[in-house]
Design a protein around this ligand. Structure first.
Ligand SMILES: Nc1ncnc2c1ncn2[C@@H]1O[C@H](COP(=O)(O)OP(=O)(O)O)[C@@H](O)[C@H]1O
Length: 198
């Protein structure tokens, strides 16, 4: 499957995006080993997360409608946000992926989702932090956290994405805020527990 997926990606995304995807795949494997998640599932989700990245808005809307996805007003105005759901549909239809957890991790890679699985958390943070994203001190510090605390890393990734969206004057999909609040709540509970035990 991997070779076929890479050949498919080479035809359907840019060389730069393919590098990013391979970086996500590798970081997913390493994070999965670190956080005791199935590395095979993580590798597949990482490799397939951006299959529909270069699909045109009309195609994304058409795929979403055909598959009965709910298209909220923000996705309607910015169909590119549907590339995550569309990638999961391509993963299922072109590559025979039927594992719900893998498909969900692909769907959740851009906006996250409250209560998402550890596998989804891994793909969400790897998408933002894989090495090709750059070597700024902020990203390097976030990478450190990703090995130590997956939920803290989800929260930081949401904060980072929110800052970028505000700075570039973009409409913000509220699901990333819900994801951030969910992860923050978990981190706060972890801290309370650590204080109680000390
Ligand atoms: N919460 C959000 N609200 C609105 N747009 C978003 C949100 N999160 C990401 N985006 C936008 O969606 C696009 C895809 O995001 P992402 O999958 O993280 O892309 P990339 O891998 O290119 O960084 C980006 O252009 C980003 O600005």
């Amino acid at each position: 499957m991997r070779d076929r997926a890479i050949a498919w990606l080479a035809e359907n995304v840019s060389a730069h995006r393919l590098q990013h995807i391979l970086g996500v795949e590798q970081m997913c494997i390493e994070l999965a080993r670190c956080h005791r998640v199935d590395p095979l599932k993580a590798a597949q989700a990482g490799l397939l997360h951006d299959l529909a990245k270069f699909f045109k808005p009309t195609r994304l809307l058409e795929i979403a409608k055909r598959n009965g996805l709910e298209i909220d007003p923000i996705c309607q105005a910015n169909p590119h946000l549907l590339h995550a759901d569309a990638s999961a549909i391509v993963a299922r239809d072109e590559f025979g992926i039927n594992d719900r957890e893998i498909l969900d991790a692909i769907c959740n890679h851009t906006l996250g989702r409250p209560q998402m699985s550890p596998l989804s958390c891994i793909v969400f943070v790897a998408d933002a932090l894989e090495p090709n994203r750059g070597k700024t001190p902020e990203l390097e510090a976030m990478r450190q956290v990703s090995w130590q605390n997956l939920y803290k890393s989800v929260q930081q990734t949401c904060d980072y994405s929110l800052k970028c969206l505000v700075d570039s004057n973009k409409t913000i999909h509220p699901r990333v805020i819900l994801t951030r609040n969910w992860a923050l709540q978990i981190v706060k509970k972890q801290m309370e527990k650590a204080t109680c035990n000390s």
